[in-house]
Design a protein around this ligand. Structure first.
Ligand code: KG4
Ligand code: ZN
Length: 345
């Protein structure tokens, strides 16, 4: 079965072809980062318009990359939510129009399920069950995953998501959008130990997390340093603060992930979502896992942030729910726990 997947939930247009036996055949991505950078963040109306401009061309490029035509498709998957309403509508409309025209079934995919299952696009693939650490711009959750659609939330952030904390902290340090990856690069140039920041809820008895206090602590440090320096931060001070911030986030995510593994008795950890691209987080998890004989799985680096491949794959795994009802709707807010489970094959 060959599934075309279309992602348009935020600021990336992603299109991919996934084959149920042969795996990922092609994926094409256009990021709108440069367009939104001018405004310091995603402008929803501009995002929607750009998805319209890109989606068809990316679909054609994908078909060419895989050497197939629209006639070879068996189903079309698209991101139904969560995300920006207008942006989601672009992908949903194109997917449903194409499917209607080609008389193919459509599959509505949950964006977070796409992320959650994206490590299955890497080799080796993790087997079920596993603990998933989902760390994106909008979500930070630890989940027990026992199968497709069998997700139990073990803990989550009570305020900002980890990616959001990266982005907001970057902004208050004067780092350009997209803040997270740039902050992370600057952190690598920072001096360890010059600043210490709090690790909120690190030792709380549950698996919940909180990151908004960390951002406030950074703000306090920035103000202290600015008054000491009598003006703007010098690069070294900014990089040192970046280092301390990243270290604090990584330590919280590491400790809570290990605790989730211990609590569930599971031996496999799967990391997904944009923050999963963070090098320090990967190193910390890999080292801790190696010491304990645990396994950690990640999506291929290029597929950590939003992309069509994870949507095409999730669609293929949910092929049992494909339908020819083209009266689609999008779901800007959509609870992952409400998805029906897929019976194991
Ligand atoms: O999963 P994603 O592409 O979009 C959402 O569904 O939210 O995640 C984007 C988030 C942003 O907050 C971005 O700053 C963060 O992931 N991110 C990173 C890195 N790469 C992306 N955060 C820290 N380090 C990185 N290397
Ligand atoms: Zn995402």
């Amino acid at each position: 079965m060959l599934v075309l997947g279309i992602e348009s939930s935020c600021d990336e247009t992603g299109v991919a072809l996934y084959h149920t036996e042969r795996g990922l055949l092609a994926h094409q991505l256009h990021t709108q980062m440069a367009m939104h950078a001018e405004y310091g963040g995603v402008v929803p109306e501009l995002a929607s318009r750009d998805h319209i401009r890109r989606a068809i061309a990316l679909t054609e490029a994908c078909l060419a990359e895989a050497g197939v035509t629209l006639r070879d498709l068996d189903a079309i998957a698209y991101t139904r939510g969560p995300g920006l309403g207008g942006a989601l509508l672009v992908g949903a409309s194109i997917a449903n129009a194409l499917a209607f025209g080609l008389d193919l079934p459509v599959i509505a995919v949950h964006h977070l399920e796409g992320h959650l299952l994206s490590p299955l696009l890497a080799t080796p693939r993790p087997a079920f069950p596993f603990v998933a650490l989902l760390v994106s711009g909008g979500h930070t959750q630890l989940m027990a995953v026992r199968g497709i659609g069998d997700y139990e939330v073990l803990g989550e952030t009570l305020d900002d998501a980890a990616g959001e904390a990266f982005d907001k902290t970057a902004k208050l340090l004067g780092i350009d959008y997209p803040g997270g990856p740039i902050l992370s690069r600057l952190a690598e140039q920072g001096t360890p130990g010059r600043f210490t920041l709090p690790r909120p809820m690190l030792n709380s008895p549950d698996l919940d997390m909180s990151f908004s206090g960390l951002k406030t602590a950074v703000l306090t440090r920035v103000r202290e340093e600015q008054s000491r320096l009598g003006g703007t931060l010098d690069d070294a001070t900014r990089n040192d603060i970046c280092h301390a911030f990243q270290q604090a986030i990584v330590e919280v995510l590491l400790k809570k992930s290990l605790k989730a593994l211990k609590q569930t008795g599971m031996r496999r950890l799967v990391v997904a979502g944009g923050v999963g691209a963070n090098r320090q987080l990967r190193e910390a998890l890999d080292q801790a896992a190696a010491r304990r004989g645990l396994q950690v799985f990640y999506p291929p680096l290029a597929l950590c942030t939003d992309n069509g491949a994870m949507i095409a794959q999730a669609g293929a795994l949910r092929i049992a729910f494909a339908s020819r009802d083209y009266g689609y709707s999008v779901a800007p807010r959509w609870d992952l726990g409400s998805l029906p489970a897929v019976a194991p094959r």
